[in-house]
Design a protein around this ligand. Sequence first.
Ligand SMILES: Cc1cc2nc3c(=O)[nH]c(=O)nc-3n(C[C@H](O)[C@H](O)[C@H](O)COP(=O)(O)O)c2cc1C
Length: 435
Amino acid sequence: MTSLNSPTVARVPIPANGVDYRGKIVLAPMVRSGELPSRLLALKYGADLVWGPETIDKSMIGASRRVNPRNGTIEFTRLPSNGGRSGPAVQESIIYRLDPEREKGKLIFQMGTASPELAVQAAKMVAGDVAGIDVNSGCPKPFSTSGGMGAALLRTPDKLVAILEALVKEVGTPFQIGISVKIRLLETPEMTEALVSRLVATGITGLTIHCRTTPMRPRERAIREQLRMIASVCRQAGVACVMNGDVASRDQGLQLMGEYGVDGAMIATAAESNSSCFRSDAQGGLLPWRDVVREYIDLCIQSENRLSNTKYLLNMLIPGKSKDFLQVKSSKCYTDICTVLGLDHLIPAATRVDEILNLAGKSVLHNETRPQAVQNAMQGNNESARVAGGEAQRVKPTSPPPTSGGPIRTKSIPTPSKPVESLPVETVSNAELTA
Ligand SMILES: Cc1cc2nc3c(=O)[nH]c(=O)nc-3n(C[C@H](O)[C@H](O)[C@H](O)COP(=O)(O)O)c2cc1C
């Protein structure tokens, strides 16, 4: 913090549709674990900002943007290439999904890229819908580095600088959002300092430092010795510095921010296992896993999240020793998951989303296991619930087919400078990797 006697410190101005990372405890970008329901869950528990999972530039370019008429989410979709083969019609994949209401002013889109031109093209697709664009310069997986992306960019600083400068000029300025970068530590403090000094001069508004070097495994303890130096380089350039690595909770993040002089703290794995880590101790701190799982499933159903992705995170949220763990793991539809976990109040919505996601009729539960809610509905005339029970042949719903999604607006890239709020408004992660 600047004292009265210290010289005035410059600050890179925060663009009108952007966000200042100072004082924030944020959800880290996480492929698979950072899809829309997880982000909404983190926000519900108090995350100040959320980063989306790394999305590769090429997979965004050419995607279509549409509004899902059932839940108002914005979906970026594309057809799989199908390898040039002709065959049965293929379903389009959702590359990225966001909630324009609940994530408004809080979502940072993270991109995997190795090219200024592609980065700009991809960023323009989503710039009108998010508060910032972040470049992943820390992913150590060969999938990313072999294409020159992720941690490979730490070895090609000229390219990284060119990408950030292009994004600032061609996306950040016209769309009035912030551009940021997430990096790892280099081998020596001198090397890290030289890199950070270059990056903060590109016009970015924020820099996240993952306090591990590229070869370090996620289980190795984060190194904090270089943090003060990095924070100081950022501060002199007026760029917000966010720390990442082994931050377990909001309160610990705030304490570390004070201790190391950084502006914000980012949480990944602790949020993956229990997002209520964003609640302060004063708010009651960590909640029991059942409470978190109930909220999470509700959000997955609302978001029409891909079942495999929902189950992926449930595997982290539900303790392995719990009797429910294996049953949830073998569930084939939302109705079964709600049944196993005793979430009867969610069953009608689960049944509807099973139909939308073509999961109706996939129940693996036996009749006697079904809750009264499903059985009642099956005895009555509720076709949806009967289908959820797994017995009925699917009957075409009378309402418009739910699988159709919203109108695809191919010419939908928002115009620069348009305020985010004026825009109307699963995900197949294109980068199944971990940074
Ligand atoms: C499942 C998973 C997926 C991740 N995906 C990304 C990603 O897409 N982009 C990225 O920059 N980092 C990614 N990371 C790294 C995290 O953002 C974070 O830097 C790392 O886990 C260290 O934070 P932690 O100590 O709080 O876990 C991922 C981590 C995990 C566990």
